[in-house]
Design a protein around this ligand. Structure first.
Ligand code: TPP
Ligand code: MG
Length: 200
């Protein structure tokens, strides 16, 4: 039910609420990655687990969280750490914070010989952190049922990821692995908020 147009409209609605000062906490909006994320979610089943960062409105909608329920949480100021255990989706505002939890969930699934999978979303800068590298290495070595999705907008708040590390490409770009999916996108929104300064 969620196509590109509807996802964009959802974020525009949140942007407008935020700019009017109706949401009194940070929001991190997506734009420009709709086709890629919809394609990724074609594989994600109801009982699979999804772990996200501070930017997770699209994942929540695509995982089946009802729109009204999601807006309700966002209005309460929870956009930055949206968690809906009943829909098996967890977000964290801490860079890399959810990655080891995703790995532990995948390990538990393996030990229980369950069929479900874990999908762990992260930004380009997060994918360059030690915690991401160790978690990916550990998951590959232990053959865990997990996929890491790297969403590359080449920016970390206001910092250019490639420039700051002096690299031409991300560590995982071009790596052919069933554990890693990587895509590029260009966001029309700033890192946080929707363009108008709102005093909380
Ligand atoms: C441990 C920690 N350090 C710093 C921050 C501040 N911070 C929030 S988002 C972010 C940028 C991360 O960039 P990226 O992984 O590319 O994700 P994007 O926001 O572009 O999706 C930073 C540094 C934080 N939330 N947690
Ligand atoms: Mg980024």
């Amino acid at each position: 039910m969620w196509d590109k147009k509807k996802l964009i409209l959802f974020e525009e609605k949140i942007a407008s609420l935020f700019n009017k000062g109706k949401i009194r906490a940070p929001v991190h909006l997506y734009y420009g990655n709709e086709i890629e994320i919809i394609n990724i979610f074609k594989k994600i089943k109801k009982n699979d687990w999804v772990f996200c960062s501070w930017r997770s409105h699209y994942q929540c909608l695509l995982k089946g969280v009802p729109e009204k329920k999601l807006i309700n949480e966002i209005m309460k100021g929870k956009s930055i750490s949206l968690c809906f255990p009943e829909y098996k989706i967890y977000s964290s505002a801490i860079v890399g914070g959810n990655i080891p939890i995703a790995v532990g969930t995948a390990m538990a699934i393996k030990r229980k010989k369950s069929k479900n999978k874990v999908y762990c979303f992260m930004g380009d800068m997060t994918s360059e952190t030690g915690i991401a590298h160790e978690s990916i290495k550990y998951s590959v070595k232990n053959n865990l049922p997990i996929t890491f999705i790297i969403e590359d907008n080449n920016i970390s708040v206001c910092t250019n990821t490639r420039k700051i590390w002096g690299i031409n490409k991300l560590s995982y770009s071009g790596v052919k692995s069933k554990y890693i999916k990587i895509y590029k996108y260009k966001n029309k929104y700033p890192h946080a908020g929707a363009g108008i300064r709102v005093q909380f």
